[in-house]
Design a protein around this ligand. Structure first.
Ligand SMILES: [Fe+2]
Length: 247
């Protein structure tokens, strides 16, 4: 912590990414921002980290967070109006992070998924086991013209080190989005190791914050002093810039 005041960061900020495609910034509809004021504070923190475009992705689950496009779009307009009022220089779009649970099949069939640009759909799964319908979901998404982006593949520790399985997911059409915080050890050492393994294998398409609260933004600020991280990221390219267009 102390050396923050002594030396320059190895990574000036995250503006080399520009677009953050995974976060929980809409107030009161998931485990992210709790109020409009909290949303605005988190958005400002992401701007200070160097992001100019935010595609925020509230959880959509069958049970815990029963969000739908109407709820998400309503909250999005509320935050947009507040941003406009304070003349904030940031673009905020809204999509969703879909849990591949028992309700996901019906959502695919509805054809009304909220997407990232390029008809990409951010999907996640349980941290304990892959859904029995995983392959079916990936296939059905693509027959409907959607392109799955798997959120934080490094966090599914039941897959850790199983590069064959990761390659199979990529062959089935998944793009991978890694959480920056994983590389700082925020979720523990095994997740950090898995993150670096996927990064160094060139399998990561996008980097994102998955921001829920201020503590995580502070951690992202501190990670700029991580020499190893700066070196690894400096050698790689990511596709975040492809997501600048409106979803
Ligand atoms: Fe998330």
């Amino acid at each position: 912590m102390l050396n923050i005041f002594k030396r320059k960061p190895k990574l000036p900020d995250y503006s080399f990414l520009g677009v953050d495609l995974h976060s929980h910034l809409l107030p009161g509809i998931d485990d992210g921002a709790r109020s409009l004021g909290h949303s605005l504070a988190l958005i400002e923190m992401l701007q200070n980290l160097g992001f100019h475009t935010l595609i925020t992705t509230p959880h959509v689950m069958a049970e815990m967070f029963v969000n739908n496009p109407e709820i998400i779009q309503h909250k999005h307009s509320e935050v947009l109006a507040a941003l406009q009022e304070k003349e904030a220089d940031v673009k905020l779009h809204a999509a969703a992070e879909y849990l591949m649970d028992e309700g996901f099949g019906d959502k695919i069939e509805s054809g009304k998924l909220l997407t990232l640009p390029g008809k990409r759909v951010l999907v996640e799964m349980s941290f304990f086991a892959a859904p029995p319908m995983l392959e079916d979901f990936l296939f059905r998404l693509q027959t409907k013209g959607y392109h799955p982006v798997l959120a934080h593949p490094e966090r599914y520790l039941f897959l850790k080190g199983d590069m064959k399985k990761y390659h199979e997911l990529k062959d089935r059409g998944c793009e991978f989005q890694l959480n920056l915080l994983s590389l700082g050890g925020y979720y523990g050492k095994p997740t950090r190791e898995s993150g670096y393994q996927l990064l160094e294998a060139g399998m990561i398409d996008f980097l994102a914050t998955d921001l829920h609260h201020e503590g995580q933004a502070e951690r992202l600020q501190e990670m700029r002093w991580d020499r190893h991280l700066a070196k690894v990221l400096g050698k790689l390219e990511f596709k975040n810039g492809e997501l600048e267009a409106s979803p």
